[in-house]
Ligand binder design. Structure first.
Ligand SMILES: N[C@@H](CCC[C@H](N)C(=O)O)C(=O)O
Length: 275
Protein backbone atom coordinates (compact mmCIF):
# COMPACT_ATOMS: atom_id res chain seq x y z
CA UNK A 1 0.00 0.00 0.00
CA UNK A 2 1.08 3.61 0.07
CA UNK A 3 0.12 6.61 2.17
CA UNK A 4 0.75 9.84 0.25
CA UNK A 5 3.42 7.94 -1.71
CA UNK A 6 5.18 6.51 1.40
CA UNK A 7 5.49 2.82 0.43
CA UNK A 8 4.20 0.47 3.10
CA UNK A 9 4.25 -3.33 3.19
CA UNK A 10 1.86 -4.82 5.75
CA UNK A 11 2.62 -8.33 6.99
CA UNK A 12 -0.39 -9.77 8.77
CA UNK A 13 0.85 -12.08 11.55
CA UNK A 14 -2.26 -11.86 13.74
CA UNK A 15 -2.90 -15.62 13.53
CA UNK A 16 0.73 -16.59 14.18
CA UNK A 17 3.07 -16.46 17.15
CA UNK A 18 5.94 -15.02 15.12
CA UNK A 19 8.27 -12.03 15.50
CA UNK A 20 10.15 -10.57 12.54
CA UNK A 21 13.89 -10.28 13.20
CA UNK A 22 15.80 -7.27 11.78
CA UNK A 23 17.57 -9.53 9.25
CA UNK A 24 14.15 -10.83 8.08
CA UNK A 25 12.95 -7.27 7.47
CA UNK A 26 16.12 -6.57 5.48
CA UNK A 27 15.58 -9.77 3.46
CA UNK A 28 12.00 -8.81 2.64
CA UNK A 29 13.21 -5.35 1.58
CA UNK A 30 15.56 -6.99 -0.92
CA UNK A 31 13.04 -9.52 -2.30
CA UNK A 32 12.08 -8.95 -5.94
CA UNK A 33 8.85 -6.96 -6.27
CA UNK A 34 8.52 -6.16 -2.56
CA UNK A 35 9.96 -2.67 -2.24
CA UNK A 36 8.94 -0.74 0.87
CA UNK A 37 9.86 2.30 2.93
CA UNK A 38 8.37 0.69 6.05
CA UNK A 39 7.30 -2.84 6.88
CA UNK A 40 4.38 -2.94 9.34
CA UNK A 41 3.77 -6.26 11.09
CA UNK A 42 0.34 -6.83 12.59
CA UNK A 43 0.03 -8.97 15.71
CA UNK A 44 -2.84 -10.08 17.92
CA UNK A 45 -3.78 -7.32 20.39
CA UNK A 46 -2.12 -7.53 23.82
CA UNK A 47 -5.09 -5.81 25.50
CA UNK A 48 -8.73 -6.73 25.05
CA UNK A 49 -9.75 -3.15 24.15
CA UNK A 50 -7.30 -2.87 21.20
CA UNK A 51 -7.69 -4.13 17.62
CA UNK A 52 -4.05 -5.06 16.98
CA UNK A 53 -0.45 -4.56 18.08
CA UNK A 54 1.89 -3.39 15.31
CA UNK A 55 5.64 -3.16 14.80
CA UNK A 56 7.33 -0.83 12.32
CA UNK A 57 10.58 -1.67 10.50
CA UNK A 58 12.73 0.49 8.24
CA UNK A 59 14.58 -0.82 5.18
CA UNK A 60 17.76 -1.37 7.26
CA UNK A 61 15.80 -3.60 9.66
CA UNK A 62 15.74 -1.01 12.48
CA UNK A 63 12.55 -0.54 14.49
CA UNK A 64 10.56 2.65 14.87
CA UNK A 65 7.80 3.35 17.37
CA UNK A 66 5.76 5.55 15.01
CA UNK A 67 4.74 5.65 11.36
CA UNK A 68 1.87 7.94 10.45
CA UNK A 69 1.43 6.95 6.81
CA UNK A 70 1.78 3.26 7.60
CA UNK A 71 -0.83 3.57 10.33
CA UNK A 72 -3.34 4.95 7.81
CA UNK A 73 -2.52 2.02 5.53
CA UNK A 74 -3.17 -0.44 8.38
CA UNK A 75 -6.45 1.39 9.05
CA UNK A 76 -7.46 0.88 5.42
CA UNK A 77 -6.41 -2.80 5.46
CA UNK A 78 -8.49 -3.48 8.56
CA UNK A 79 -11.42 -1.42 7.25
CA UNK A 80 -11.84 -4.27 4.77
CA UNK A 81 -12.84 -6.33 7.82
CA UNK A 82 -15.60 -3.82 8.57
CA UNK A 83 -13.78 -1.71 11.21
CA UNK A 84 -13.85 2.02 10.42
CA UNK A 85 -12.36 3.09 13.77
CA UNK A 86 -9.38 1.34 15.35
CA UNK A 87 -7.23 1.24 18.46
CA UNK A 88 -3.70 0.16 17.51
CA UNK A 89 -0.88 -0.34 20.00
CA UNK A 90 2.75 0.39 19.03
CA UNK A 91 5.98 0.45 21.03
CA UNK A 92 5.20 4.17 21.67
CA UNK A 93 1.68 3.54 22.98
CA UNK A 94 -1.83 3.77 21.58
CA UNK A 95 -2.79 5.31 18.23
CA UNK A 96 -6.40 5.66 17.20
CA UNK A 97 -7.61 5.85 13.60
CA UNK A 98 -10.89 6.67 11.92
CA UNK A 99 -12.19 6.73 8.37
CA UNK A 100 -13.32 10.02 6.77
CA UNK A 101 -13.93 8.83 3.19
CA UNK A 102 -13.35 5.67 1.12
CA UNK A 103 -9.56 6.18 1.01
CA UNK A 104 -9.04 8.99 3.50
CA UNK A 105 -8.13 8.22 7.12
CA UNK A 106 -7.22 10.24 10.21
CA UNK A 107 -4.79 9.17 12.94
CA UNK A 108 -4.47 10.53 16.47
CA UNK A 109 -0.66 10.49 16.71
CA UNK A 110 -0.68 11.39 20.42
CA UNK A 111 1.21 14.16 22.21
CA UNK A 112 4.56 15.42 20.90
CA UNK A 113 7.60 15.04 23.16
CA UNK A 114 9.38 18.40 23.51
CA UNK A 115 12.03 17.82 26.18
CA UNK A 116 15.59 17.00 25.07
CA UNK A 117 15.37 13.57 26.74
CA UNK A 118 12.14 12.78 24.81
CA UNK A 119 13.80 13.09 21.38
CA UNK A 120 16.43 12.02 22.60
CA UNK A 121 19.33 14.44 22.16
CA UNK A 122 22.84 13.56 23.29
CA UNK A 123 22.96 16.33 25.90
CA UNK A 124 20.72 18.78 27.69
CA UNK A 125 19.54 21.84 25.75
CA UNK A 126 17.55 24.69 27.27
CA UNK A 127 15.06 24.97 24.43
CA UNK A 128 14.32 22.30 21.80
CA UNK A 129 12.74 24.98 19.57
CA UNK A 130 16.19 26.07 18.43
CA UNK A 131 19.09 23.68 18.90
CA UNK A 132 22.57 24.58 17.63
CA UNK A 133 23.92 21.96 15.22
CA UNK A 134 27.29 21.30 16.88
CA UNK A 135 29.52 20.19 15.28
CA UNK A 136 28.20 21.94 12.17
CA UNK A 137 27.55 20.07 8.91
CA UNK A 138 28.68 21.82 5.72
CA UNK A 139 25.65 22.99 3.75
CA UNK A 140 23.16 22.48 6.62
CA UNK A 141 21.42 25.27 8.55
CA UNK A 142 23.06 26.10 11.88
CA UNK A 143 19.96 25.44 14.02
CA UNK A 144 17.04 23.01 14.07
CA UNK A 145 13.95 22.23 16.11
CA UNK A 146 13.73 18.84 17.85
CA UNK A 147 10.42 16.99 18.34
CA UNK A 148 9.48 13.44 19.26
CA UNK A 149 6.34 11.91 17.79
CA UNK A 150 7.26 8.62 19.46
CA UNK A 151 10.25 8.67 17.07
CA UNK A 152 13.02 11.30 16.81
CA UNK A 153 12.69 14.26 14.44
CA UNK A 154 14.95 17.20 13.60
CA UNK A 155 13.26 19.98 11.63
CA UNK A 156 15.34 22.49 9.65
CA UNK A 157 13.51 25.56 8.34
CA UNK A 158 14.85 26.63 4.95
CA UNK A 159 14.07 29.37 2.44
CA UNK A 160 13.77 26.95 -0.50
CA UNK A 161 13.28 23.23 0.17
CA UNK A 162 13.86 22.38 -3.50
CA UNK A 163 17.48 23.52 -3.23
CA UNK A 164 18.34 21.14 -0.36
CA UNK A 165 20.75 18.33 -1.31
CA UNK A 166 18.81 15.63 0.57
CA UNK A 167 21.05 12.75 -0.53
CA UNK A 168 24.15 14.50 0.85
CA UNK A 169 22.76 16.15 3.99
CA UNK A 170 20.30 13.40 4.97
CA UNK A 171 22.82 10.69 5.97
CA UNK A 172 25.19 13.17 7.66
CA UNK A 173 22.39 14.61 9.79
CA UNK A 174 20.64 11.27 10.50
CA UNK A 175 23.90 10.01 12.03
CA UNK A 176 24.94 13.29 13.69
CA UNK A 177 26.41 12.79 17.21
CA UNK A 178 23.60 14.90 18.69
CA UNK A 179 21.17 12.01 18.00
CA UNK A 180 22.01 8.87 20.01
CA UNK A 181 19.11 7.02 18.33
CA UNK A 182 19.70 8.74 14.97
CA UNK A 183 16.88 11.01 13.68
CA UNK A 184 14.42 11.61 10.87
CA UNK A 185 15.51 14.79 9.10
CA UNK A 186 13.01 17.32 7.72
CA UNK A 187 13.59 20.38 5.56
CA UNK A 188 10.57 22.67 5.77
CA UNK A 189 9.71 25.77 3.76
CA UNK A 190 6.92 27.93 5.15
CA UNK A 191 4.59 28.94 2.29
CA UNK A 192 1.88 30.54 4.46
CA UNK A 193 0.66 30.34 8.05
CA UNK A 194 -1.33 27.23 7.11
CA UNK A 195 0.84 25.80 4.35
CA UNK A 196 4.26 24.10 4.52
CA UNK A 197 6.42 22.45 1.85
CA UNK A 198 8.38 19.49 3.24
CA UNK A 199 11.10 17.08 2.16
CA UNK A 200 12.19 14.28 4.47
CA UNK A 201 15.18 11.99 4.89
CA UNK A 202 13.92 9.08 6.97
CA UNK A 203 16.03 7.33 9.59
CA UNK A 204 16.81 3.79 8.44
CA UNK A 205 15.21 4.24 5.02
CA UNK A 206 16.39 7.40 3.22
CA UNK A 207 14.53 9.90 1.04
CA UNK A 208 10.81 9.09 0.86
CA UNK A 209 7.85 10.65 -0.92
CA UNK A 210 6.17 11.37 2.43
CA UNK A 211 6.61 10.85 6.16
CA UNK A 212 3.57 11.31 8.36
CA UNK A 213 5.31 11.59 11.71
CA UNK A 214 7.74 14.13 10.17
CA UNK A 215 4.77 16.16 8.92
CA UNK A 216 3.38 16.16 12.48
CA UNK A 217 6.76 17.07 14.00
CA UNK A 218 7.21 19.88 11.45
CA UNK A 219 3.80 21.41 12.18
CA UNK A 220 4.54 21.30 15.92
CA UNK A 221 7.97 22.89 15.37
CA UNK A 222 6.53 25.59 13.08
CA UNK A 223 3.70 26.45 15.48
CA UNK A 224 6.11 26.56 18.46
CA UNK A 225 8.32 28.96 16.50
CA UNK A 226 5.33 31.19 15.69
CA UNK A 227 5.74 30.54 11.95
CA UNK A 228 2.32 28.94 11.45
CA UNK A 229 -1.01 28.29 13.11
CA UNK A 230 -1.55 24.99 14.94
CA UNK A 231 -3.19 23.47 11.83
CA UNK A 232 -1.72 23.39 8.34
CA UNK A 233 -1.41 21.55 5.05
CA UNK A 234 1.93 19.79 4.62
CA UNK A 235 2.93 19.37 0.97
CA UNK A 236 5.22 16.40 0.40
CA UNK A 237 6.54 15.01 -2.90
CA UNK A 238 3.96 12.15 -2.77
CA UNK A 239 0.90 14.09 -1.64
CA UNK A 240 -0.61 16.39 0.96
CA UNK A 241 -1.29 15.75 4.65
CA UNK A 242 -3.49 17.84 6.93
CA UNK A 243 -2.00 18.20 10.40
CA UNK A 244 -3.77 19.62 13.44
CA UNK A 245 -2.07 20.16 16.83
CA UNK A 246 -5.22 20.15 18.89
CA UNK A 247 -5.98 22.11 22.05
CA UNK A 248 -5.72 18.86 24.06
CA UNK A 249 -2.06 18.60 22.84
CA UNK A 250 -2.72 15.57 20.60
CA UNK A 251 -1.69 15.77 16.93
CA UNK A 252 -4.13 14.56 14.28
CA UNK A 253 -2.90 13.61 10.81
CA UNK A 254 -5.32 13.17 7.90
CA UNK A 255 -4.40 11.86 4.46
CA UNK A 256 -4.94 9.43 1.62
CA UNK A 257 -4.11 5.74 1.20
CA UNK A 258 -3.80 3.58 -1.91
CA UNK A 259 -3.97 -0.18 -2.12
CA UNK A 260 -1.43 -1.61 -4.58
CA UNK A 261 -1.34 -5.42 -4.37
CA UNK A 262 -1.64 -8.41 -2.06
CA UNK A 263 0.62 -11.46 -2.06
CA UNK A 264 2.02 -14.23 0.12
CA UNK A 265 5.71 -14.29 1.04
CA UNK A 266 7.92 -16.91 -0.59
CA UNK A 267 10.07 -18.36 2.28
CA UNK A 268 13.01 -18.73 -0.17
CA UNK A 269 13.74 -15.00 0.20
CA UNK A 270 15.09 -15.76 3.70
CA UNK A 271 17.21 -18.71 2.48
CA UNK A 272 18.77 -16.48 -0.17
CA UNK A 273 19.91 -14.04 2.50
CA UNK A 274 21.22 -16.79 4.80
CA UNK A 275 23.28 -18.13 1.87
N1 LIG B 1 7.26 6.95 7.23
C1 LIG B 1 6.91 7.04 8.58
C2 LIG B 1 8.00 7.08 9.59
C3 LIG B 1 8.78 5.77 9.65
C4 LIG B 1 9.75 5.58 10.77
C5 LIG B 1 11.01 6.39 10.67
N2 LIG B 1 11.81 6.12 9.51
C6 LIG B 1 11.82 6.16 11.95
O1 LIG B 1 12.78 5.35 11.95
O2 LIG B 1 11.46 6.76 12.96
C7 LIG B 1 5.77 7.97 8.86
O3 LIG B 1 4.91 8.11 7.96
O4 LIG B 1 5.65 8.50 9.96
Amino acid sequence: MNGAGNEILILDLRGLDHEVAPQDARAIARAPGLRFDQLMTLHAPRRAEDDAFMRIYNIDGSLSAACGNGTRCVAFALAREGKDALRLETDAGLVETWRLAERVFAVDMGRPGLEWRDIPLAHEVADTRSVALEPPVAGAPTHFSAVSMGNPHAVFFVADAALVDLEALGPALEHHPLFPQRANISFAQILARDDILLRVWERGTGATKACGSAACATLVAAARAGLTQRAARLRLPGGDLEIDWRADDHVTMTGPVEFEFETTLDPRIFQDVAA
